[in-house]
Design a binder for this molecule. Structure first.
Ligand SMILES: C[S@@+](CC[C@H](N)C(=O)[O-])C[C@H]1O[C@@H](n2cnc3c(N)ncnc32)[C@H](O)[C@@H]1O
Length: 266
């Protein structure tokens, strides 16, 4: 077995969720950090930033523009910088990621007065219960070794009634996209991505990790199981991506459903 074979085998194992996943993912993103944004724009035909804007809209920041929001698995902080630059935003963003080189690669995009990068693991966040008015994770949660654990940890750090938004690749079965998309995503993306990122396996891991990620309905159920209410999702671009939204239960939710109309009833 050559070194390349070994690396690709590790990437394949990581994509299935094997024990090597955490180490592989952390090292791989640290390695590709300087090239990450460029590859995203190229392989998504710049749709990635449009998807991000859609996801941020779901956070409902205008409900509390002066509050603190969590950008989990923040990477190079595209989401944090978009939230921070949002019209009327007066709050702050905590950008958490366990691969420090990713956060460093995005430092130029963000104002230190608004965005606070924090090196942290999604499974053990160094934040108090209920500290965030909303949380968002974009193309990140698929990479966390324990999905249910990450959902529970996000739930813990949200304040009651706060929203959690997930943007991830979908399990598209759309005949409009079909085999052309699969050819592109499974074969061309790895070639282009690895070449631009100067990496041997990062963009082989990408489609394989998507294939092993729960379907949209499964992910919604996992969010419910973690405690989230009002869980729903919507697919974009022929199902290439999906945005899931859930809310942390409000204190006294049951009472407000049965009782007189309250400002929080839906
Ligand atoms: C595909 S990138 C997404 C970056 C960014 N959210 C975006 O919109 O492009 C995935 C990020 O998740 C981070 N990540 C994966 N597992 C993590 C974990 N357990 N804790 C914290 N960050 C994690 C990686 O380091 C990487 O920066």
């Amino acid at each position: 077995m050559t070194a390349l074979d070994t690396e690709r085998a590790t990437a394949d194992a990581a994509a299935t969720g094997a024990a090597v996943k955490r180490g592989y993912v952390k090292q791989m993103f640290s390695d590709i950090a300087p090239h990450y944004d460029r590859v995203n724009r190229i392989i998504s035909f710049r749709l990635d930033q449009w998807w991000r804007r859609k996801a941020i809209r779901e956070l409902n920041i205008e409900r509390d523009p002066a509050a603190t929001y969590l950008d989990l698995c923040a990477g190079t902080m595209d989401i944090s910088s978009q939230i921070g630059a949002g019209k009327g935003f007066k709050g702050s963003v905590v950008a958490a990621d366990f691969a420090e080189p990713m956060l460093r690669a995005g430092l130029e995009k963000v104002s230190p007065d608004v965005v606070r990068p924090v090196t942290a693991d999604a499974l053990d966040l160094p934040f108090a219960d209920g500290f965030a008015a909303g949380a968002i994770v974009v193309f990140g949660i698929r990479n966390v070794v324990d999905l249910n654990g990450a959902l529970r940890e996000v739930y813990r750090v949200l304040r009651p009634g706060a929203r959690f938004v997930i943007l991830e690749f979908g399990a598209t079965q759309n005949p409009m996209v079909g085999w052309i998309y699969r050819l592109y995503f499974n074969h061309l993306c790895p070639l282009i991505g690895n070449a631009v990122a100067r990496h041997h396996s990062a963009y082989n891991y990408l489609p394989k990790s998507v294939a092993h990620f729960p379907t949209e309905a499964d992910l919604a159920q996992r969010m419910r199981d973690a405690g989230f209410d009002s869980v729903h999702w919507r697919s974009y671009t022929f199902g290439v991506v999906a945005i899931h939204v859930g809310e942390k239960k409000r204190v006294g939710d049951r009472v407000s459903v049965a009782g007189p109309a309250s400002p929080h009833s839906r």
